[in-house]
Write a protein that binds this ligand. Structure first.
Ligand code: SAH
Length: 242
């Protein structure tokens, strides 16, 4: 399988493409790709192109486009937005990586009442993690990682979705029946300290249903991965025969 690179420039109508900057350095020095070797280029609009390297230097990589790859279906049939309260340490990195592999469309880092982190400005790092995870998992699109927002501002913009709350008595299995493949779903996961009762009340007023993930308390990163996996299984493409 040839290395995959997202190229966010409008170059795909040409036969010969010059790649510079970080991508060139990455292809020539990290991936150590040589002249004559294949490369897959992705435009982040759902298209994948085969290419062959004609020059590989850290300052410039030149490729010849050899064709467009058809029929690649690595994007989920449902748009999942994950609104995640930023957890401590580097757990957000793991959540972004895993949620990208599992196919989420958008991640919104949120700051809640009990969010304990001070530094919420890791946006560039999170975006880079999303790009590598999208390349590695052979996705055609990089998930959007939005700037962190406060819980209230997030709720003011949102209209409906699912909020995961360990005290809820509602089952995800039932609530998920309201959603269909082809549509979209927003899910909200709390920080280590959980959501406050006021936050759950505010979410309910905005049309969010609270649900439980069972009687055990999961860590925030586990809850995010499990929630996305269940939705992918129920409404996505996990169960299809390939
Ligand atoms: N501090 C809380 C747990 C927070 S767990 C307590 O000990 O009670 C972090 C987040 O993961 C929660 O805000 C929730 O969104 C999610 N979560 C963890 N376990 C869950 C469960 N059993 N049901 C629903 N959500 C859960």
């Amino acid at each position: 399988m040839s290395p995959r690179i997202f190229l966010l420039e409008d170059v795909f109508d040409k036969d010969i493409v010059s790649i510079k900057g970080d991508n060139a350095r990455y292809i020539s020095t990290v991936l150590r790709c040589n002249t004559g070797e294949p490369l897959t280029l992705l435009d982040n609009r759902g298209n994948s192109y085969s290419a062959v390297i004609v020059k590989s230097l850290p300052s410039e990589v030149v490729v010849r486009l050899t064709g467009k790859d058809e029929d690649i279906k690595t994007e989920l049939p449902i748009d999942i937005t994950l609104a995640q309260a930023i957890p401590k340490g580097d757990k957000m990195d793991i959540i972004i990586q895993k949620a990208t592999e599992l196919g989420v469309k958008r991640i919104i880092p949120i700051v809640t009442e009990r969010t304990e982190v001070r530094i919420t400005r890791r946006l560039n790092r999170w975006k880079e993690i999303a790009i590598s995870a999208a390349q590695q998992s052979r996705r055609l699109r990089i998930p959007e990682i939005e700037s962190p927002v406060g819980f209230n501002s997030f709720m003011a913009e949102a209209s409906s979705g699912i909020i995961f709350w360990e005290k809820s008595e509602n089952s995800l299995k039932k609530v998920i029946r309201d959603y269909k493949p082809g549509g979209s779903i927003t899910i909200v996961i709390g920080p280590e300290g959980g959501f406050s009762d006021e936050e759950i009340k505010a979410a309910s007023e905005r049309g969010f249903q609270h649900v439980s993930l069972g009687p055990r308390i999961l860590r925030a990163e586990t809850a995010a991965i499990v929630a996305v996996s269940i939705i992918q299984y129920e409404l996505g493409d996990l169960q299809e025969d390939n």
